[in-house]
Design a protein around this ligand. Structure first.
Ligand code: AMP
Ligand code: MG
Length: 340
């Protein structure tokens, strides 16, 4: 065997030492961004030794809404299902298939308090659009309209089989109660393929914490005071990857003659849910579940909501209409109330 020149070996060793030294000295840099996507505010802080990925993450959320989730955008997967799965099986992407299975499970386990087939009812109330500043005159639907929309809703009218979905005639999907959590899941998957070592990203009322901060301190996730949305009620102190979603009657609503009509509907009545709560925050290891469960728990109220969350291994924080706070056991020591 030919001997390798000494100078060659020396330069390889030098290169190795240099790359180890520079590798060790590369500290993550933080990038922050605030954008609008999915009809809500996206806030990002990421720590990375690589490039700024915040633009890619916002783009990912926009794509998810336009290509998959929005029933309002013609051509999205959900809009196409709402047209083509009426009595006929329609094929689903692998991800949406998994997601619809989970949403059907939450619908069943919550006894229909969460229901991903409320498209006719949510479209009728149209609170999201009516709550916009220039929406014009507010219209409360009539009893007849509500009962017609309820006849066209119900998770039991959805069949999920062999990667396909079939809806009974007239049934429309609305994934609005889980969409922001789904976005957080997709972001989590994306982050795993990047140099990002830590991130906290909020998509409206759903938040993802990921990895760690360079100084190793926990993530602090603020919980809005539903009685005064300009301030925080307290913070959750979390380490590693968590998904946190809040549903509240303060998020989107219209007021008519002193009555607040908010965007979380009770499928049992067809009207905005009144279960004695102002807001519900759910913490778990899945975005879609945290979001779907926060809506379900809001409709169910404190006691039934607590039982549902525990069934899915989720932790929950309730704020009732009087401002009292109730925590599941796992959040004790994690939630810190703001000093008055
Ligand atoms: P969230 O803010 O996550 O609680 O979701 C509220 C949105 O989900 C609404 O704007 C509706 O589009 C939809 N929605 C309202 N009520 C329900 C319900 N009971 N189950 C499922 N989706 C709902
Ligand atoms: Mg939700």
């Amino acid at each position: 065997m030919k001997s390798v020149p000494k100078i060659f070996i020396k330069s390889i060793v030098l290169l190795l030492v240099l790359s180890i030294l520079t590798g060790c000295s590369r500290q993550p840099v933080s990038y922050t961004a605030a954008d609008i996507a999915m009809g809500t505010v996206i806030n990002q802080t990421i720590y990375t030794v690589g490039e700024d990925e915040t633009g890619n993450i916002t783009e990912l959320i926009r794509r998810l809404e336009e290509d998959t989730l929005s029933w309002r955008i013609p051509g999205s997967e959900v809009a196409r299902i709402n047209l083509s799965a009426q009595g006929t099986p329609a094929g689903l992407s692998e991800e949406l298939w998994e997601e619809l299975l989970l949403l059907k499970a939450v619908s069943e386990q919550s006894g229909g308090a969460f229901d991903f087939t409320l498209g006719s009812l949510t479209g009728l109330w149209n609170i999201d659009a009516q709550a916009l500043p220039d929406a014009g005159e507010i219209r409360i639907p009539t009893e007849e309209e509500i009962s017609l929309a309820l006849n066209r809703s119900g998770y039991e009218k959805v069949v999920l089989e062999d990667g396909c979905v079939t809806l009974e005639e007239g049934v429309r999907l609305d994934l609005g109660a889980a969409g922001k959590g789904i976005a957080c899941d997709r972001i989590g998957d994306y982050l795993r393929g990047t140099d990002i070592s830590g991130a906290v990203i909020s998509v409206g009322g759903s938040v993802l914490t990921y990895g760690e901060k360079p100084d190793g301190s926990p993530w602090q996730v603020g919980i809005i005071d539903p009685g005064d949305t300009s301030r925080l009620l307290g913070t959750l102190s979390l380490t590693g990857e968590w998904y946190i979603s809040t549903s509240g009657d303060y998020e989107r609503y219209v007021e008519v003659e002193g009555i607040r009509y908010h965007h979380i509907l009770d499928p049992a009545s067809g009207y905005p849910a009144h279960s004695g709560l102002h807001s519900v925050t759910v913490v778990c290891d899945s975005g879609i579940l945290s979001d779907a469960l926060s809506t379900a728990c809001f409709v169910l109220g404190k006691d039934e909501g607590m039982a549902l969350a525990s069934l899915f291994g989720a932790e929950v924080l309730f704020v009732d209409e009087e401002g009292n706070i109730f925590l599941s056991e796992g959040l004790e020591g994690i939630f810190r109330r703001m000093e008055e």
